[in-house]
Ligand binder design. Structure first.
Ligand code: BJW
Ligand code: ZN
Length: 252
């Protein structure tokens, strides 16, 4: 007896079995089951906090203590989170030697890395790293920093003494050129799968369409429909932490 879900997954499973190169792009929905808040939706961060107050260079220049307070709270939150079944499946796929599976993430938590994902492409940086806000040459390179910032003693760049900032990509900022280059290469694949992203933030939101134009079979796994749903070859509605393990079992 074939379940409804299995029936729905069949076209994707067939493509995954035949694929030599698979690219998976993830968003906040992949980490939701681990307890990391998403950005959009009923429980999302942007319901309570305004991105223009917290996630732009202008917001940091205006009130660095407020921005650091928010990021310190989020650092503390992710410290208690663990990778879930979705991260684990993707980590295992990335370690395969028979086909190439590349993972691109928009997530700034470390859960893909902690699950063991190889050669992860992190488009929006890392919540656990800090870099110079002053623009000094040496401080461009982020350093590991998982601590909380004290409002009266904000983190400083060890190279120039200027203010340091979370090493994430804010709205209006360019993504790291080498990450974009790696992602652009990864978009050339046989199967391009997006998981747990609202598909509204660019350039990431444009990758599925580019992959499709280059001949990839495209699929989306998400709790709800997104602007990408009508464009992809297959849209699967469901939680990533259930759907990815189900696909993993069927592909075997
Ligand atoms: C589940 C689930 C479960 C829940 N299972 N699913 C072209 C067109 C229009 C605008 C632009 C454009 N190009 C650039 C822009 C401007 C801007 C942009 O895209 N704006 C749009 C919002 C309109 N982009 C930028 O500014 C980017 N920079 C850039 O392009 O530079 C060049 C440039 C410079 C100057 C001018 C113009 C161009 C940078 C974007 C940086 C995004 N930064 C953030 C914050 C990171 C730091 C931090 O964490 O604080 O990144 S914003 C936030 O959104 C975060 C995320 O990575 C990103 C994407 O969110 P994501 O992952 O999709 O999460 P959600 O919450 O939106 O969705 C979760 C989904 O999961 C939901 O659908 C749920 O249903 C689902 N879900 N549980 C499966 N269990
Ligand atoms: Zn500096």
């Amino acid at each position: 007896m074939i379940s409804g879900m299995e029936q729905q997954l069949r076209p994707l499973v067939a493509r995954l079995r035949a694929a030599r190169a698979v690219t998976v792009m993830t968003g906040a929905g992949v980490s939701a089951a681990s307890g990391v808040p998403t950005f959009r939706g009923p429980e999302g961060l942007w319901r309570t906090f305004r991105p223009e107050d917290l996630a732009t260079p202008a917001a940091f220049a205006r009130d660095p203590a407020l921005v650091w307070e928010w990021y310190s709270w989020r650092r503390a939150k992710i410290a208690s989170c663990r990778p879930n079944a979705a991260h684990e499946v993707l980590a295992r796929w990335s370690q395969e030697t028979t086909r190439q599976v590349r993972v691109i993430t928009q997530n700034v938590d470390d859960l893909h890395l902690r699950a063991g994902t190889r050669d992860l492409i992190r488009l929006h940086g890392s919540l656990s790293e800090t870099r110079c806000f002053n623009g000094c040459a040496a401080g461009v390179r982020p350093w590991r920093d998982e601590g909380a910032a004290a409002p009266d003693c904000l983190p400083r760049c060890p190279h120039c003494g200027g203010l340091a900032r979370p090493a994430v990509v804010w709205f209006g900022e360019s993504l790291d050129a080498s990450d974009v280059e790696r992602a652009t290469q990864a978009v050339s694949c046989d199967v391009f799968l997006t998981v747990g992203t609202s598909a509204v933030v660019y350039p990431a939101a444009g990758f599925a369409r580019i992959a499709q134009a280059r001949g990839a079979f495209t699929a989306e796994i998400n709790l709800e429909s997104t602007p990408a749903s009508p464009l992809v070859d297959l849209s699967i509605l469901g939680p990533a932490e259930d759907v990815l393990p189900a696909i993993d079992q069927l592909v075997l």
